[in-house]
Structure formats: structure tokens, C-alpha cells
Design a binder for this molecule. Sequence first.
Ligand SMILES: NC(=O)c1ccc[n+]([C@@H]2O[C@H](COP(=O)([O-])OP(=O)(O)OC[C@H]3O[C@@H](n4cnc5c(N)ncnc54)[C@H](O)[C@@H]3O)[C@@H](O)[C@H]2O)c1
Length: 318
Amino acid sequence: MKALVTGSAGFIGSHLTDRLLAAGHEVIGFDNFSSGAPEFLEAARRCPAFRLVEGDLLDTGVLARALAGVDFVFHLAANADVRHGPEHPRKDLEHNTIATSNVLEGMRAHGVRRIVFSSTGSVYGEAEVFPTPESAPFPVQTSLYGASKLAAEGLISAYSAAYGFQAWIFRFVSILGERYTHGHVLDFYRQLRAHPDRLDVLGDGHQRKSYLYVQDCLDAILLAIEKAAEPVNILNLGAGEYCEVNDSIRWISERLGVSPELRYAGGARGWVGDSPWIFLDCSRMRALGWKPHLTIREGILRTLDFLERNPRILEKRP
Ligand SMILES: NC(=O)c1ccc[n+]([C@@H]2O[C@H](COP(=O)([O-])OP(=O)(O)OC[C@H]3O[C@@H](n4cnc5c(N)ncnc54)[C@H](O)[C@@H]3O)[C@@H](O)[C@H]2O)c1
């Protein structure tokens, strides 16, 4: 296939790019480098089947040129930061919802009909059913990020109905692993490297979270596009377990050999839109023959190993 990967310089998108190239596909990477890193594409750039288009999805002209000849779109570009959403309310709308609308319109114009979309478990807001299945009700959105992704999901399924697109919409938990550049493991690692004797923790530490290792996430995506054949396939992606924030603090502290004083901000939530319990029912994905290989603890330790080997990541904006 000739695939367009939006967000190809990002954490997950760069791994997806590498996996598609390794499987013999042609890949056009598309990224504006707002949070992506050129070095994540080092291996891809050495491959003749890869071409990079540096551009913004809000620029429909560049996007249209990138879509020429493509037969599959993996749309991962987004503002992936949930926590700071309320500081810039248009960012999620523009980079998540309008950007998705632009991708869909570009696909329609070029006759591209297959799309993978990276959505999020945040669309369930504060779920009431655990583990949370794809069919769970989610009437109230709690983050601008989740709301913008849910709106994008809606557009994708409407394009499927109107124009015969086939879509695979994945609702991820938090993803961990090599090239990880944002999230709680980085926050804790950054703090403990700066001052090993203390750690500021948002919330009360009892938030229950699920995580998934990036290659397990990609195994699922690549399997689902082969096996899930509905016009719109909505699939949760997460580990079959969850942990408390306090568990991850313990694993990180043990690995770094520190015993920090824990200073909790208090309350059940870390920030506006932080869900106190995330645990997705992934039986739909498992029925396709997928299962994750790494536990949450193993995923966290791999992430720490990557951060140890790549201190430059700490220079990125918290
Ligand atoms: N990492 C997670 O834990 C997680 C969890 C759930 C969902 N997701 C989703 O998965 C996708 C990838 O996340 P990630 O963690 O790799 O994030 P990331 O920030 O590392 O990657 C996003 C990439 O998109 C690019 N980008 C952003 N806006 C763009 C625009 N308007 N035009 C062109 N490029 C643009 C960025 O430069 C970056 O390279 C996102 O859609 C995110 O919402 C991620």
C-alpha cells in the first residue's frame, strides 16, 4: 500500500512509519514538527520508500499534494496534550477536529477511502462501567481533548456513511515506550532527576490508570486493518490491567534507586479532565487474536530505559 501517516514524526506515528516501511509499504510522512522530532525519522529517511512532507494539516493545499496517489491514511497527528487544553481552547478544535475534517475532505477529493484514526479513552469522560466497553454510554465530556476527538470520530463515521469510507477508530489508553515525550512517566522522571528527594504528585496518587506499550498498540492496529471488516470499526486499545499512580511511582523510584518524599496536591483528579479511573474493555480487539505482550510495569521500565539513553527528551517543554 501507499500510506500517508500524519503525525509521522511523533511518538506513535514514527514507530508506525517504521513498522509500515519494514512491512514493505510505501510511506509518506506528514508532520508540522510542533511536537514531533526529526531524529525519530532517522531510520525512515534512510529508506527509499519513505518521503517526508513538512506541513500543517490546516494547510489544505500541502495536504492535497501529499495525498496524491495514496490509498490508505493513518491519521495520528493531533494535539495530544490533554492536561493543558483549557489554556488554549482553540488548539484541540483546530488540530484535532478541523485537521481531521481537512484530512477527510482531502481523501474524498483524491478517492482515498481507508482511514485509521487515533482516538482516545478520554472520550468516555468519567466512565461508569469498568472495564469500559466501546458501547458504554459517554454523555458528558470532561476534556477539550476528548471532546475534539469525539467530534473527529463523528466526522469519520459520517464520511463512511456518506462516501463509503472504511474506518478503524482506536480508543487508546496512555501509550508508553521508546520515543515517549509526554505524560506522567516523563513528569516524574524529570522531577526525580532534578531533585531525587521529593516528588510532587497531582491528585492523591490513587488514580487508577491503564497503559499500553507502543509496539503492542501497533500490533493491534496492523492486525485490525487486516481482520476487522466493518465499514466503521471502533476498537478500544489498552492493557488487561490497571495500576494506581502510586504503583508507578514505586516502580520508577525503585528503578532510579531513589526514595522521594511524596507531596500530593490532593483530590481525586490530577487536572481538569483527568479521569480517576481508566480501564478499557478490549475484548473486541482480543477477539481478533491480539493481546499485549508487556505488562504496565514492563512498559514503564522500557520507557525509563529510553529516557535514560535520551536525556535530550528532558529539554522538551514540560
Ligand atoms: N500517547 C498517548 O498516550 C496517546 C493516547 C491516546 C491517543 N493518542 C493519540 O495518538 C496520536 C499520536 O500521539 P503521540 O503520543 O504520538 O503524540 P505526538 O505529539 O508525539 O505526535 C503527534 C504528531 O503530530 C504532529 N502534529 C500535530 N498537529 C499537527 C498538524 N496540525 N499538522 C501536522 N502535524 C501535526 C506533531 O508534530 C507530532 O509529530 C494522537 O492523535 C494522540 O491524540 C495518544
